[in-house]
Design a protein around this ligand. Sequence first.
Ligand SMILES: NC(=O)c1ccc[n+]([C@@H]2O[C@H](COP(=O)([O-])OP(=O)(O)OC[C@H]3O[C@@H](n4cnc5c(N)ncnc54)[C@H](O)[C@@H]3O)[C@@H](O)[C@H]2O)c1
Length: 276
Amino acid sequence: MKAFPEKKVLITGAASGIGRSTAQAMGKMGCRLFLTDIDGDGLKKTVDVISDAGGKVCLARAFDVGDYQAMAAFAREVHEGYGSLDILVNVAGIALFSQVEDMRHSDWEKVIKVNLWGVIHGIECFVPEMIRAGRGGHIVSVSSTAGLIGLPWHAVYAGTKHALVGISEVLRYDLRKHNIDVSVICPGAVNTGLVQSVEIHANREVTEQTRALFLKIAITPEKVADIIIKSIRFRKFLVITSFDIKLFYFVKKYCFPLYHLIMLAMTRFMDKSLKR
Ligand SMILES: NC(=O)c1ccc[n+]([C@@H]2O[C@H](COP(=O)([O-])OP(=O)(O)OC[C@H]3O[C@@H](n4cnc5c(N)ncnc54)[C@H](O)[C@@H]3O)[C@@H](O)[C@H]2O)c1
């Protein structure tokens, strides 16, 4: 999949951050966009910005990606009105960092519902139709550094993001016969709404300091959008957006004893500084 103009692209999480930047960039490239997010006002803003710049948004609907019936209804609307997609970009996500003893059952459920079920719903409602259409295509899912590395305090978030890497790897091979490519994007720190909306069950003062530190190393969502587009164009599978995370992952793969020591130290540091 190399040429973008006129491609039909669905982007979840399009009201903010990486999703909005990707939608704007793809709008400028002449894609026909199908956008969704739970935040209706933010989604409308994205649509206005794209339309003002001459981009084409075919449909924009606000709903919870974790709600299967809502995703299935959206898929019916897309397929009946416009046919099958060319590109599916799963971006919507939320974050929650906590020690396991400070998490309620509802904390596990809400993160899994959006980050994992949301992506599964996108795949099950749109990919079979892409296969039937026989035109090939591309599926992108935005995972995270936490999809590759078991970062401290990230149990539920890392669980969902590792799952996206696993699902993507299987689909990469399963869908090859249909000429559908798969990319899984693992960003490091990105300066988006998530930095403020992340729920952290920890010492508030240290949390604010950590947030400020995070922002110092964060890249822009526009940069991630650019990386997503290049991943589609050059049919890249596993894409890590920052050099520091590439290095960290390299150490995990090729020098596990060192990785183990770093993880022990990092966990000790996080426990000491963040625990309430
Ligand atoms: N910001 C980072 O540092 C970072 C790092 C690694 C991975 N990511 C991943 O990138 C993706 C995009 O996040 P972002 O950084 O752009 O944050 P963001 O908060 O700016 O965007 C996330 C979007 O998802 C939407 N959303 C949340 N719950 C939803 C639901 N139930 N249904 C539909 N939409 C929902 C939000 O309304 C928001 O518009 C997420 O999957 C996140 O896990 C972000």
